[in-house]
Design a protein around this ligand. Structure first.
Ligand code: UDX
Length: 429
């Protein structure tokens, strides 16, 4: 099938490469010429496990190519729109400028051949209806095809999705989608109407965010009641109706989706006159958590003369270089606001992206041990695998302090020379 993907970001690129790997002819379009040239030369613009190998392989097989023009739409069977829908700067609504500018470009290239325009970007309820009236072309069907990829697991989630939600009011479009996903298990396909598909995406992310906030609040209770959150998490997760995933306590959720999508759903609901009380509490509680963790750190260092803090982890989660709405970055900024200290940071992948936000407010190190020199406290904020096993002799010989605040409960070993505090067991505050 001839597929055009508009947008080569964290969703568009893995989806385009995934469809190319399945034998389709894919053209990925983006306005960013530098990005397009990099991709043409097999140079990835995002970090995703295994993506580079597939990109190079499908470039050599001519299954995929990259373009800044929309000309390829003429021969497309399906156009998948995967441009960003960031949070608006004015309020918590969704900024649809990239969507509408790409729709305008698509409209110019439509002729009287049948095409499906699939909106993969996360968009408010009713956006596909608006796009359909904007295009005003009886030779096309607009469908909602929301994406559920997790950053860091994009290819895994593309090739073995839990579900493929298709929001469509057209049998013809449904038949084309069934052909597109013919190599997938048919049971994975869920056909609903367009608006339901648009809401499913927000509801799914909001529920996951709520689940994370719930376990973080249970962690707070465990700290006060002197219990261990790991036991609670395991105990409730064994209930098949709850499930063990997304019950890892941490510094709060972040990333380019949960913070944006929860706020967007809150606004969407408000516009329908509906108050989502659980969602409101999740948003407020998650933001509060960043401040609470920062305050815990400042309370710890306030008795130390010119304290030095070492931070492990800058990305919003392991497996990615993405620092957008990263809890780690948010907590560091709150710490710098609340107390005067030197902050040394290390992250295996995200330093370049972190520099764009933190600038020279902190000191960057390219390995986890040199970051520790003379530090009074080590705080772990991202659950990178390399933080699971630390050489405590090196810590002992380099750190001034003997305390570790493991906000991801990632450390697998202890050492009697150190006081190790985890979220949800024993109280650091
Ligand atoms: C999310 C959704 O999972 C995905 O389906 C959707 O398509 C895009 O948004 P992503 O933003 O990549 O994916 O990250 P995810 O793995 O969901 O984690 C989001 C945040 O929650 C991260 O900050 C992560 O560290 C945190 N998290 C996740 C927890 O704190 N605890 C958990 O148990 C799981």
């Amino acid at each position: 099938m001839n597929i055009v993907i508009i947008g080569t970001g964290y969703v568009g690129l893995p989806v385009g490469i995934g469809f190319a790997e399945l034998g389709n002819k894919v053209v990925c379009v983006d306005v960013d010429e530098i990005k397009i040239n990099n991709l043409r030369n097999g140079k990835l613009t995002i970090y995703e496990n295994g993506l580079k190998e597939l990109l190079v392989k499908n470039l050599s097989k001519n299954n995929i190519c990259f373009d800044i023009s929309y000309d390829s739409i003429k021969n497309a069977d399906i156009v998948i729109v995967a441009v960003g829908t960031p949070q608006s700067d004015i309020d918590n609504s969704v900024d649809l400028n990239f969507i509408y500018s790409s729709i305008k470009e698509i409209a110019k290239k439509l002729d009287n051949s049948y095409k499906v325009i699939a909106i993969k970007s996360t968009v408010p309820i009713g956006t596909c209806d608006k796009i359909e009236s904007l295009l005003n072309n009886e030779n096309i069907d607009v469908i909602s095809l929301p994406e559920f990829l997790r950053e860091g697991y994009a290819l895994e989630d593309f090739f073995s999705p839990d579900r493929i939600v298709v929001g469509s009011n057209s049998k013809k479009a449904n038949d084309l989608i069934m052909e597109l996903y013919s190599s997938f298990n048919k049971d994975k396909l869920l056909f609903v109407d367009r608006k339901s598909a648009e809401l499913i995406k927000y509801a799914s992310n909001s529920f996951l965010a709520m689940k994370i906030h719930f376990i973080n609040e249970m962690a707070n209770l465990c700290e006060k009641a002197n219990l261990n959150i790991d036991d609670i998490s395991k105990g409730i997760g064994l209930d098949s109706r709850i499930g063990a995933k997304f019950l890892n306590p941490g510094p709060g959720y972040g990333g380019s989706c949960f913070p944006k999508d929860t706020l967007a759903l809150q606004t969407i609901a408000k516009n329908y006159g509906v108050n989502l009380s659980l969602l409101n509490a999740t948003i407020d509680g998650n933001n509060r958590r960043f401040i609470d963790i920062a305050n815990n750190v400042c309370n710890f260092v306030k008795h130390i003369k010119s304290p030095t803090l070492a931070i492990y982890g800058l990305s919003f989660k392991k497996g990615t270089d993405d620092c957008r709405y990263s809890p780690s970055i948010n907590i560091i900024l709150n710490i710098l606001k609340a107390c005067d200290l030197i902050v040394k940071v290390y992250d295996p992948l995200a330093i370049d992206n972190a520099k764009k936000i933190l600038g020279d407010k902190v000191l960057y190190f390219n390995d986890k041990y040199s970051c520790l020199k003379d530090s009074d406290l080590l705080v772990i904020l991202t659950e990178w695998e390399e933080f699971k096993y630390l050489d405590f002799d090196i810590l002992y010989n380099n750190m001034k302090g003997r305390t570790i605040y493991d906000c991801r409960n990632i450390l697998c070993t202890t050492d009697s020379r150190f006081n190790i505090f985890k979220v949800g067991s024993g109280s650091f505050s």
